[in-house]
Ligand binder design. Structure first.
Ligand SMILES: [Zn+2]
Ligand SMILES: [Zn+2]
Length: 529
């Protein structure tokens, strides 16, 4: 049994333990073990057999015993039992229909349904009405959801990083390519799709641990109730199917009828129009796309936290990791006191951190660690550190954190006041949204673009998956207004540097070229106006 297969079983076990409302620490321990095993180069089966599994960090005696059972018997008895008892297919279907796990189990029990098919049959026979607590309205909703044709949508979009992980995993497992919203790098993904030419793809799809039920031909649901569409296409029209499953409805409709072709380039060639990057497949467009910014154009990250505030690595560690990524520079931008929830830097801290940064620069030269700050914008638009302190710094990010519910006029005045400060270089996460959690601030962006242009302040495209702020549409507006953007990760760890791709892809969705992105510049011109 290879590492991937072992990890899949542990993941399935974790998912079921979660459904069974087991201790969350146990669940997490299995998930972590699965992740570890998936990323380990040595064959874990051999380690287990020679009694050395616990040499892997995070594998304790409990998990080791499960691993031994899995390798010796080919299964985990408790997992099989949980699968029988909890019927993940039914629970997955229930989640898709908007039911909690507990409710799904209650309904299934009172319908005496053990599989999705039995559940459907019971619903079709009108037996749902006999279930305590289900009224005519709820019944109609469930019937309608079961009958909904085409692409079922999850209740809320998935964050882009999670969507990539999920759909990328499915695509790799069935030998297909990622399509849908994920391939367009939408900030929140609803239409999840994989396109494949493999004959056995549908069978493999239904067998995946990620897919708990196939609710209709080619549409599977995950344990969270998220539907994923599997498009099986003949080899000679794979490109056509991929384009159709990737572009927005409006984009695809405007190109129809699409000619059949084996790859996407050939579809475009046959249409007589230039190939278009997936990020731009939103509104209908037939022209020559601009040369979009690429990950490799980025020369440094300008928004990073360290242990001085709420980050996990030191200044030198963050600097070294940025250098190892091939960057020329990084700006350390820790918080200021007004941020509240975490430690913020006082003027004295800023100076002491400056000494640490100078020491790191001696070690890491010619790589450059810039002295920066993520300075809170106070409710009256003033900044959380005196100008004399900001003047010492290379890179000042200004951020609204507290008091985000201001009316538009007040919020706009507040932000503009901060942009007028001569030391501010960049406005962080301008709209302040947290996807699925907090709406965008009422901020008049058009006015912000005007002032940002006058003051030569850049606007951030924050790469944290729940932020992605500015979002694509706003990036496009900012660029049209002549404003520069910055692609940053706002990372709090070394690993967080990887979110640069999300920031760059978001900028690409806003049609950004390298010239529009400030941190594609080399160090010697980065800090010029
Ligand atoms: Zn922030
Ligand atoms: Zn930050």
């Amino acid at each position: 049994m290879d590492n991937a297969r072992i990890a899949d079983r542990l993941d399935a076990f974790a998912a079921l333990l979660e459904l069974a409302e087991a201790n969350p620490y146990t669940t997490r321990a299995y998930r972590r073990a699965a992740e570890l095993i998936r990323g380990t180069a040595v064959p874990v089966a051999e380690l287990v057999r020679s009694g050395r599994a616990r040499e892997l960090r995070g594998i304790g005696p409990g998990i080791e015993a499960r691993l031994r059972e899995l390798l010796e018997t080919g299964k985990i008895a408790e997992l099989d039992e949980l699968e029988r008892e909890l019927s993940p297919e039914l629970i997955g279907l229930g989640r898709y229909l908007g039911l909690t796990t507990k409710r799904s189990i209650e309904i299934a029990r009172s319908l005496d349904a053990r599989t999705p098919d039995e559940f459907r049959a019971a619903v079709a026979a009108g037996r749902l009405r006999s279930v305590p607590g289900i009224g005519a309205k709820r019944e109609a909703q469930i019937v309608e959801a079961l009958e909904r044709p085409g692409e079922p949508r999850p209740p809320r979009g998935l964050l882009l990083n999670r969507a990539w992980e999920l759909v990328g995993g499915v695509a790799a497992a069935v030998g297909g390519e990622v399509a849908g919203d994920v391939r367009r790098w939408r900030d929140s993904c609803e239409h999840l799709a994989v396109v494949t030419t493999a004959d056995d793809a549908l069978a493999r799809f239904a067998e995946l641990p990620q897919i708990v039920a196939v609710i209709e031909s080619g549409v599977g649901v995950t344990i969270e109730g998220v539907p994923i569409e599997l498009v099986a296409a003949p080899r000679e029209s794979f490109g056509t199917a991929l384009l159709r499953a990737t572009g927005s409805e409006a984009y695809v409709a405007a190109l129809e009828p699409l000619p059949d072709a084996p790859d996407e380039e050939a579809v475009y060639r046959a249409l007589g129009i230039p190939w278009c990057p997936p990020e731009l497949l939103e509104a209908p467009f037939r022209g020559e796309p601009p040369p979009l910014v690429e990950l490799g154009d980025i020369r440094g990250d300008l928004h990073c936290h360290t242990t001085w505030s709420d980050g996990r690595a030191s200044v030198e560690e963050m600097g070294r990791a940025a250098r190892d990524r091939g960057y020329e520079y990084v700006a350390i931008c820790d918080h200021t006191p007004a941020v509240g929830a975490v430690r913020g830097l006082t003027p004295d801290d800023v100076r002491r951190q400056g000494e640490e940064i100078a020491a790191a620069n001696e070690v890491l030269a010619p790589f450059r660690v810039l002295r920066g700050i993520e300075c809170d914008i106070l409710p009256d638009g003033s900044l959380d550190l005196p100008d004399a302190v900001l003047a010492e710094l290379d890179w000042v990010q200004a951020s609204v954190h507290g008091g985000q519910r201001m009316p538009a006029a007040e919020m706009t005045r507040r932000v503009i006041e901060a942009l007028r400060n001569p030391y501010v270089r960049c406005l962080s996460h301008p709209k302040g949204r947290i996807i699925n959690t907090r709406p965008e601030n009422a901020l008049d962006l058009d006015r912000v673009y005007e002032v940002a242009l006058e003051e030569r302040v850049a606007l951030e495209v924050n790469g944290l998956p729940p932020r992605l702020d500015l979002r694509g549409e706003h990036v496009r507006d900012a660029i049209r207004a002549g404003v520069q953007i910055v692609c940053s990760t706002d990372t709090h760890s070394i690993r967080g540097y990887e979110n640069m791709e999300l920031s760059v892809r978001t900028a690409r969705r806003g049609w950004a070229t390298a010239a529009d992105v400030r941190n594609t510049r080399p160090l010697n011109s980065l800090l010029e106006p």
